[in-house]
Design a protein around this ligand. Sequence first.
Ligand code: FAD
Ligand code: NAD
Length: 471
Amino acid sequence: ASSADPYDVIIVGGGPGGYVAAIKAGQLGLRTAIVEGRGALGGTCLNVGCIPSKAMLHNSNLYHAAKHDFKDRGIDVSDLKLNLPQMLKNKEKAVSGLTKGVEGLIKKNKVDYVKGWASFAGPTSLNISLTEGGETQIEGKNIIIATGSEVTPFPGMEFDEKSIVSSTGALDLEKVPEKMIVIGGGVIGLEMGSVWNRLGANVQVVEFLSSIGGAGIDGEVAKSFQKILQKQGVQFKLGTKVIDAEKKDGKVYLNVEDAKSGKKEQLDADVVLVAIGRRPTVKNLNLEAIGVELDNKGRVIVDDEFNTTCKGVKCIGDATFGPMLAHKAEEEGIAAVEIIKHGHGHVNYETIPSVIYTHPEVAWVGKSSEELKKDGVNIKVGTFPFMANSRAKTVLDTDGMVKVITEAETDKILGVHIIGPNAGELLAEAVLAMEYGASSEDVARTCHAHPTMSEAIKEAMLAAHFKAIHM
Ligand code: FAD
Ligand code: NAD
C-alpha cells in the first residue's frame, strides 16, 4: 500500500481500548493507524488512572502497615518516615515505563502512531491537529472511536487540582492534607480516600446514597466493606447531598444537606476530591457532521457489533455503554477488530470482573443478591469467612469473606463476591468458572492448593452446593 492509500482501520484514542485494538489489528495484518493527542499512549488508565492509583495504593498500604501493623507481627521499626516525593516518583516511573512499553508494542505490530487530536471531516476521513504543529488529514475504511472518558465536574466547583481536585490531582498532591473530603463513595472515592487516609489525612467520604462501593456491589459486602474502612479511620457521611462549595482562607467549605430530613450543615477541608463519576469524551470529534448519535448520558450509541449510527464508524470503551473499566474496553477493542477482519467477534458482558483495590480488596463478578432477588430468581447462597482460612490466619489478614450465589434449581454460579486479601487476583477463578457455565459443585470438586486463600473460594462453593468443611 502506498502512504496515500486509506488505512484499513484508524483508531482514535490510545487508551486500553484503542491501543489493544491497534495491536490486534496489526497482528491480523490490517493496515492500521492510532491517533492520540495527549503525548503518551495508555489513555486514562496508564497515565492518570489504574496504574498510578495502584502504585499509590500499594505503597501507602506498606507505609500504613509498617506504622500500625508491624509491631504486632514482631517487627519493630523506629524512625519511620513518609517520603512522599519518592513515593510519587515511583508512581511516575511505573507510568512512564508502561506507556513506553505500549509504544514499543505499537511499533512492533507495524501500527502508525499519529500524534495529535482527531476530528471527523467525513465518515472515512479525519482531520488531525498535530502535536508538532500544523494539520493533516488521514483516510480509513473503518474508524474506531476509543476516546474514553473524563471526570464529571460538580456544577459550580472548578478544579484547581490543588484544593478542589479530580482523581488526577488526588494522584499528585504535594503534601498530605490535614483534612480531605471526598464527594462520592464509589470506586475512585474509596481508593483515593484510602491512599490519603493511610498517609495520615483525616478523610471523610460524603455520599448521596445510603451505601458505598458504586453500582453492582453486593449489599452485604458493601456493609462489611464500610465497617472495615471505618476501622481504618475513614469516616462516612452517607445519605448526604452536597450543595455547593466556597474557597476561603486556604480552606474549602462545603454546604451539605441530609437527603431525607433536609438538615443543612457546613463541612470544611483542606482538599476536596470530586469523584461522582465520569462521562464520555466526545465533544471535539465533530460527530454531528457524520451523524453519530449520543444517548441522554452523552454515550455514543452502538449496536451489538459496536457500529455507531454512521456506517464504517465503530465505538468501544468508556465512550460508549457499559462499565467504565479498562479490561472491558480491551475486550471490546479486540472484538471490534475481529468483526472488521472476520465478520464476527464477541464480548461476554455477564462475566466482566469488578475490583476495588483497597485493603482488603473487594471483587465481584456476575449479579448481586439484590439484583437476583429483584429479577425473581430462586437463589442459594454459600459464604466462607477468611477468619476460617488457614493462609489468611497465618498472615494475619482475616478481614472479609467469599460469597457465592447460585441458581437454586441448577446450581449454576450466578455471582461471586469477595472481600478479602488479594480478592482481585482470587476472583479470576470465579470469572473462568462462570465463563464456562460452571456449577458450584464443579468448583467445589476442583483441587485447590493448601494453604492458599483460594481455598476460601472452594469452601464457599461447597457451602453453596452442600456444606463447607472448615465451618
Ligand atoms: P481512555 O483510557 O480514557 O483513553 C482514551 C484516549 O483517547 C485518551 O488518552 C485521550 O487523550 C484520547 N483522545 C480523546 N479524544 C481524542 C481525540 N479527539 N483525538 C485523539 N485522541 C483522543 N479501570 C480498571 O479497569 N481498573 C482500575 O483499577 C481503574 N482505575 C482507575 C483509576 C482512576 C483514578 C480512573 C480515573 C480510572 C480508573 N479506571 C480503572 C477506569 C479506566 O481508566 C477506564 O475504564 C479506561 O481507561 C477506559 O479505556 P478507553 O480506552 O475507553 O479510554
Ligand atoms: P462511581 O460511579 O463509581 O461512583 C460515584 C459515586 O458518587 C456514586 O456512589 C454516586 O452515588 C456518588 N454521587 C454522585 N453524585 C453525587 C453527589 N452530588 N453527592 C454525593 N455523592 C454523589 O464513579 P467514580 O468513583 O468517579 O469512578 C468513575 C469510573 O472510573 C467508574 O465507572 C469506575 O468504574 C472507574 N474506576 C474503576 C476503578 C477500578 O476498577 N478499580 C478505579 C477507579 C475508577
